[in-house]
Design a protein around this ligand. Structure first.
Ligand SMILES: *Cc1c(COP(=O)(O)O)cnc(C)c1O
Length: 452
């Protein structure tokens, strides 16, 4: 059997799969933060282009990818589907393990798949600058790359603690011409207010979101862009799973288990939605779909499925999702991309409906799996992606017990080349091996907004 299943450039899918078409009942709508009524397209117009608002609400099964977007994606796609045979041997499992390798994009993760599409639609509607936030820097660098392709400016509000501790992502953004500002900043009213109250604050993603949204809302030529959670972001990422469907078809195979790590849910959506669609439609009813998250931020495994805000200040629309409460501050584990109190409404819905299941892991077991992966397959994966590796290893070990020859697919969402600090912490036994305590989660859940 082949080790690496490669599609030709012209076999790259030219349309995205929209799972909203296959849900038995429609998704609960976002609610306006002030009125509690369903948010209208007009409510979103000040910060998003019309086409992305349309995609956000669409129930059309496939949405065409514009030619200019496809032309850019083709520089690093289709991404390879790789068989992890040495990992299988090390685990002595009869299972076959495959992964989609998203670490080959210029920014090193799956995030450019949506950043490029979002930059394109904004440019089409005359927008000249995009404001966004970034935690550890993966999203900020993907957006910096994407705006460069369309000759737009990018302003990235980067959480101050990461800005100080992780300079290389900032440098990437600057090489691509973006302006990267430590948040809270004095550029925005919300940033200035926080700085007055807490001059030494390390910042947070919630604060940075408030700054980027305010920047976009107060400048006509500027829109806001989000790297995960929203329906249109999940939509753009389905190029991953659509490619995987074609790759498995080309070797007459189909995965029994599909796995992704979940922060806001976009790479998990990308790999799993095309398979989840076939599961819901009854074509492949038995596919097991697993979302892997950190025990330090256990949104899907311990959160509530209810309406909540997307940010700390409560400025964003309320979304129906699994949430730990918008005031929940996750401990600073190294998988920065997985530290979010909520989750994509679509991913939440699949978990709530039982189409997908969720598991949570502690950091040491996650890094142990990543180290085994590096020792066998070579790639040193991003700490976020390591959660998916751990879930794949667990399923493969179950197969060793039962003797089942399952085919496992996971999304390897990015490389860890800029995450050596966290590997160093792991190797020296300094990782915070934290499981967020139930009583603190219960406390955070008392701050949910009242609706209806
Ligand atoms: C940002 C990021 C994630 C988490 O975000 P999702 O929207 O849940 O995919 C996972 N892996 C990598 C490599 C990331 O950069």
């Amino acid at each position: 059997m082949k080790t690496k299943i490669i599609l030709d450039e012209d076999e790259m899918p030219r349309r995205w799969y929209n799972i909203q078409a296959d849900l038995e009942t429609p998704l609960d709508p976002p609610l306006h933060p002030a009125t509690g009524k369903p948010a209208t397209p007009d409510d979103l117009r000040p910060i998003f282009p019309m086409e992305l608002i349309r995609q956000e609400m669409s129930t059309q099964r496939y949405i065409d990818m514009p030619g200019e977007v496809a032309d850019i994606l083709r520089t690093y796609r289709p991404s390879p589907l790789i068989r992890a045979e040495r990992l299988e041997k090390a685990l002595k499992t009869p299972a076959r393990i495959f992964y989609k390798w998203e670490g080959g994009s210029p920014a090193g993760s799956h995030k450019p798949n949506t950043a490029i599409a979002q930059a394109y639609y904004n440019r089409q509607e005359g927008i000249e600058r995009i404001a966004t936030e970034t935690g550890a820097g993966q999203w900020g660098s993907a957006l910096a790359l994407a705006t460069k392709f369309f000759e737009m400016d990018a302003t990235v509000y980067m959480v101050r603690s990461s800005y100080d501790q992780k300079p290389y992502r900032r440098v990437m953004m600057e090489v691509w011409g973006a302006e990267c500002i430590p948040s809270p900043s004095d550029r925005t009213a919300s940033g200035r207010k926080i700085r007055e109250e807490y001059p030494d604050t390390p910042g947070s993603l919630g604060i940075a979101i408030s700054e980027a949204v305010e920047d976009a809302a107060t400048h006509d030529n500027t829109n806001y862009s989000l790297g995960s959670v929203l329906n249109h972001v999940c939509l753009h990422q389905t190029v991953i799973g659509e490619e995987a469907l074609a790759q498995f078809a080309s070797i007459d195979s189909y995965p029994d288990v599909v796995i992704g790590c979940v922060g806001g849910g976009s790479n998990f959506a990308g790999i799993s939605f095309p398979f989840a669609g076939e599961k819901i439609r009854g074509k492949k009813p038995d596919t097991r779909i697993i979302a892997a998250e950190p025990a330090a931020c256990p949104t899907l495994t311990k959160g509530l499925y209810t309406y909540d805000f997307g940010d700390v200040a409560g400025l964003t629309p309320m979304l129906k999702m699994y949430t730990l409460g918008h005031t929940f501050i996750p401990p600073s584990i190294h998988a920065g991309g997985l530290r979010y109190h909520g989750d994509s409404p679509l991913v939440s819905r699949l978990v709530h409906d039982g189409t997908a299941e969720a598991v949570a892991y502690r950091q040491n077991e996650v890094f142990e799996a990543a180290r085994l992966f590096a020792s066998t397959e070579g790639q040193i994966v991003a700490p976020e992606a390591a959660h998916a590796v751990k879930a794949a290893v667990d399923v493969a070990l179950e197969c060793r017990k039962t003797g089942e020859e399952k085919t496992i697919l996971f999304c390897n969402s990015g490389h860890g080349n800029l995450d050596m600090y966290s590997y160093d912490e792991y190797l020296h036994g300094r990782l915070v091996d934290y499981e967020y305590p139930d009583d603190l989660i219960r406390e955070a859940l008392t701050h949910l907004p009242k609706t209806g």
